[in-house]
Design a protein around this ligand. Sequence first.
Ligand code: EPZ
Length: 434
Amino acid sequence: MDKFIIKGGRRLTGEVIISGAKNAAVAILPAVILSDEPCVIENVPSISDVNISIRILKEMGAGVEYLGNCTYRIDPTTIDKFCVPYETARKMRASYYFLGALLGKFKKARVSMPGGCPLGDRPIDQHLKAFTALGSEYNLSQGMIDLKAEKLEGNQIFFDVVTVGATMNAMLAAVRAEGLTVIENAAKEPHIVDLANFLNAMGANIIGAGTDVIKIKGVDHLHGTTYSVIPDQIEAGTFMVAVAATKGDVLIKNVIPKHLESITKKLEKIGVNIQQFDDSVRVWVDGPLVKTNVKTAPHPGFPTDMQSQIATLLTLAEGTSIITENIWEQRFRYVDELRRMGADITVNGKVALIEGKGKLMGAPVKACDLRAGAALIIAGLAASGVTEIEDIFHIERGYDCMEGKLRALGADIEKVSVPDSQSKPEKQNGREAV
Ligand code: EPZ
């Protein structure tokens, strides 16, 4: 397995360019299936979750060509398989977007129950609620989900909880259904809007994405298009926190400042300076970090995917900060690793109490999920001494060349390979061979 070795204490300075959004790309790539013609997708991040999505499309028979510069040309007209096997699907939560796309196009799908981050219970009842509302039957057996529909008809779908994945899947299944679908209590994340914009670019008829009511008029045909994935809101937020943790000064480019609003507001409360431009933000610190309370919430609230990163920053502020995690039941698993670095954090259910000491010490630690891994990188950058982070395959699922971007900002971080007898995770570096 690979690991990161970080020598902490270096300020991050300079400029960094943010890659395309993981949580948009992993929905847009399956959505190409719905088209009757080839599509070109630009600004696709080079991360293992994308590699898995590309591999699934190829295994289904789609034509996939990497055109260079983060761009793929995908031809869905040659797809002749409608199953996503267990060994591929289990590695990535977003594999369930193939359910909505295959159902929407072919009225059938067979996908393994999703894998993904160990954040606690990750049910799919709302996805199934959407699919059945549109006329699909489903069968769960031996870890596989089977969908089948004689025809798909628009309907009213009211989600019991705000769910990104089910909102995406409902859109995917409804765009070619007959008639009007109204999704209520919809998620409003930037990647929801990005998927809707992509589908509309192919000729779909979707209004209201980004609000809690999305209306979809089904169409018979979706044509090819060229589409660029939005910048990654969470990668940008992660870099903003890393700059703050090292008291650096960095211009973060290729961002949509509006998508960063809740992160920007919270960092300013912590004492971080942020100057916004059209497609970039400058982040710098010239004073003490201030203890602050954080509650995660669906967009436009503070993103749960930034919770572990902001918690790490708050260990560097003097005093008591309180983090409340309202989305996932087990998103404090990184705390044990931060404690090894000297953090004083008490967790009680969905609340973490952080006694900021203003410093951290390097130590060997392990990434337990994607954003926890990002938090440990931030901790290592800020800590005195050396931090070694194992299981970085979690991090490479969602961050495009993190160590290269950090090194260019002055961080002392390197990736080293260590012999490992266990099976290798999904291909990490470079692109899936297409
Ligand atoms: C997406 O996961 C993201 N993943 C997650 O990001 C993110 O944390 C999450 O949305 C919330 O923003 C991708 O987009 C690939 P949900 P998803 O459905 O869709 C409950 C990362 O770090 N729920 O919005 O799986 C669920 O238990 C990853 O990039 C149901 O009850 O999340 C949770 O409490 C980690 N029934 C809440 O809704 C369902 O059918 C939000 O889940 C579905 C969800």
